[in-house]
Structures are given as structure tokens and as C-alpha cells.
Design a protein around this ligand. Structure first.
Ligand code: SF4
Length: 100
């Protein structure tokens, strides 16, 4: 299961924080219905292919709130915005974000 998290982006600092996230290998950010999410494209260290979740009874809240049915990892979603790399987001900021 991929993890996702809401990110608030109201100003320049938030855009800069998003660049920091995308400086990390395999991280992606997407926006859907005016909410931002971080997509972690790495397998969870607690997932065992034979036994499933090794910490199931005490798995984190984000795991409890999502099922494999709405996992972005396997589906081909059409997000409103989707950034796969630092350079892609940097280009978007340069061309689309206006300082207030
Ligand atoms: S902790 Fe368990 S439920 Fe949560 S992502 Fe890892 S394997 Fe999946």
C-alpha cells in the first residue's frame, strides 16, 4: 500500500517544502480536488509478501483509513496536478506560481 498525506501549500515556503519532498528518490506529489498528497513509491518495510502486514494490529492511522482498493500505486489515476520530480515541480513553479 502506498502512503499519502495532505500537504498545505499557501505560500512560497510551502512550494519550497514540496521541492524538498521531491528531492527524495521515488517521492511524488499530486493534487486532487484541491488537496495535496505525497505519494511514497516504495514498499513498506513492514509488508511481507507471504504474511501481509507484520504490524497489522498497530498499523499507523493512514493505513487504517485506506484500503488496497484506493491505492494510487496500482491504478492509473488522472490527478489534477502530478509531479514526479524536483525539476518538474521547479518548472511548474517558475511558469505558474505568482508571489502574493
Ligand atoms: S504498515 Fe502494514 S498496512 Fe501499513 S503500509 Fe505497511 S504493510 Fe501496509
Amino acid at each position: 500500500m502506498s502512503d499519502r498525506k495532505t500537504v498545505s501549500i499557501k505560500g512560497v515556503d510551502d512550494w519550497n517544502d514540496m521541492l524538498w519532498i521531491l528531492a527524495h528518490r521515488e517521492a511524488q506529489i499530486y493534487m486532487n480536488d484541491d488537496k495535496w498528497y505525497v505519494l511514497v513509491n516504495n514498499p513498506c518495510s513492514f509488508y511481507d509478501p507471504a504474511r501481509g502486514c507484520l504490524i497489522y494490529p498497530k498499523r499507523p492511522r493512514i493505513c487504517r483509513e485506506h484500503t488496497w482498493k484506493d491505492c494510487e500505486y496500482k491504478e492509473d489515476y488522472n490527478f489534477d496536478l502530478h509531479f514526479h520530480s524536483y525539476e518538474e515541480l521547479e518548472r511548474f513553479i517558475r511558469n505558474n506560481v505568482v508571489e502574493e
